[in-house]
Design a protein around this ligand. Structure first.
Ligand code: PAF
Length: 294
């Protein structure tokens, strides 16, 4: 596995692969990799002749007072893990490479990016869209892989890809969980033992809503009520939101009559945890529709 630090080099690698007729997969990450990232890389390696993985803690998606400086980093361990998974290139640009002096152009999907996490993290999805577009330009992949723990991120990026006629297909991948149900996240490393013990309740709360929907319930307020009531039973949790929205535009629903994202965010000590379930009341089901990617 080669490590590449400049956009120019990344473009050259991708161009050379394409000249040989090889398909390219990209897995964008912020590093401190865990098995969730590993599953994206494994899928890319299985579906493409070449896989590039970016590790870049993107300053543009962190707000003032957020954890940019504290964000966990371990580039040596990440490189060893990626090599063991069969990635071909580790793209690890410096912030000055991605945002050189004078950088002034940003991309955003304002409607979708203001909802859910966007309301407590203003500007976050603008930073995500901008960096992902730059990473897609650098690696020119056929496919780019994203985990569905960050479902809003996937739906915002899918809209960007559609609106800007991007060539890459964006592939949503199922959330990977710890044995007790907690969605894997680099930020779980912030949790104290007591917080870590409480954390799986977020998944349980969402599973309660999913059970209600699978049992035929279609009242969005009731589904969200189940989540909120469960979360309220844990004093360490501070609720940010629990909402049921349409996956196409992230607009809140009152009746669940289309593919729906039930998403929640809580603050737990230094961490902010997010998780979700995606439910489709139509007979064809959710996974089949999403598998089509962008
Ligand atoms: O999901 C992440 O790790 C980041 O938001 C991403 C997509 C790598 C952009 O910085």
């Amino acid at each position: 596995m080669e490590t590449v630090t400049s956009v120019r080099e990344m473009k050259a690698r991708s161009r050379a692969w394409r000249k040989q007729g090889l398909s390219v997969g990209l897995v964008p990450t912020m590093g401190f990799l865990h098995r969730g990232h590993g599953s994206l890389v494994e899928r890319s390696v299985a579906e493409n002749a070449r896989t590039a993985v970016s590790v870049f803690v993107n300053p543009a998606q962190f707000g003032p007072g957020e954890d940019l400086d504290a964000y966990p980093r371990d580039p040596g361990r990440d490189a060893a893990y990626l090599k063991s998974l069969g990635a071909n290139v580790l793209f690890m640009p410096a912030p000055s490479e991605m945002y050189p002096p004078g950088f002034a152009t940003f991309v955003e999907a304002p409607e979708l990016g203001r909802r859910l996490c966007g309301s407590s993290r203003p500007g976050h999805f603008r930073g995500v869209c901008t960096v992902v577009l730059k990473l897609l330009n650098a690696a020119s992949p056929d496919r780019a892989y994203f985990g569905l723990k960050d479902a809003q991120q996937f739906f915002v990026l899918r809209r960007m890809a559609r609106d800007l006629d991007l060539d890459a297909s964006l592939v949503p991948c199922e959330t990977v969980r710890e044995e007790d149900g907690l969605a894997m996240s680099s930020r779980n490393s912030y949790l104290t033992p007591a917080e870590r013990a409480a954390a799986p309740l977020l998944r349980k709360a969402l599973a309660g809503a999913e059970g209600y929907l699978k049992g035929g319930g279609r009242d969005a307020a009731r589904a969200c009520g189940i989540v909120k009531e469960t979360l309220a039973s844990e004093p360490l949790f501070e609720l940010d939101y629990a909402e049921a929205v349409s996956t196409s535009d992230l607009v809140p629903l009152s009746v669940i009559d289309r593919e729906t994202l039930v998403a929640a965010a809580v603050r737990l000590g230094r961490a902010r945890l997010i998780d979700n379930v995606i439910f489709d009341p139509s007979p064809s089901g959710p996974a089949r529709k999403r598998r089509g990617g962008a």
